[in-house]
Design a protein around this ligand. Structure first.
Ligand code: 5GP
Length: 114
């Protein structure tokens, strides 16, 4: 099966700005940021979409949100605020089929999204 861009980043086959890495996750800058802070929190386990989550992935998803919270504190935007988003499939705007949590902040964000 072809590797996604995120698997290639995890394997260091292509470069990325890495903010954090552990056994389960990698956190990188989005190459095309939509705000002053735009990180991608990516599990090392390849799960194509949110629809493919199993019960065994529950802890992993929790770790992704714990990582978001820690990054917010580290970057000093926990009080001002930020947004976390999973896009799913075409209507959700998903373009990379390896789940990832967008972490966006550093400016006031509009609502609803387009
Ligand atoms: P999606 O549209 O699937 O929710 O989000 C995919 C994200 O990956 C997009 O925001 C896009 O800018 C980002 N992205 C695509 N290719 C690369 C890449 O090669 N490096 C990095 N760091 N981000 C990428």
């Amino acid at each position: 099966m072809n590797k996604t861009i995120f698997e290639k980043i995890i394997l260091r086959e292509i470069p990325a700005t890495i903010h954090h890495e552990d056994d389960d996750l990698i956190i990188i800058d989005d190459i095309n940021p939509v705000a002053p802070i735009h990180l991608l929190i990516i599990p090392k386990k390849k799960i194509e979409t949110l629809n493919d989550l199993n019960a065994e992935d529950t802890e992993l998803i929790g770790k992704m949100f714990q990582a978001a919270k820690k990054m917010a504190i580290k970057l000093g935007i926990d009080k001002s605020g930020y947004r976390t988003i999973f896009n799913c499939n075409e209507d959700g705007g998903q373009t990379v089929y390896h789940i990832h949590l967008h972490f966006i902040g550093g400016r006031s964000l509009g609502w609803p999204p387009g």
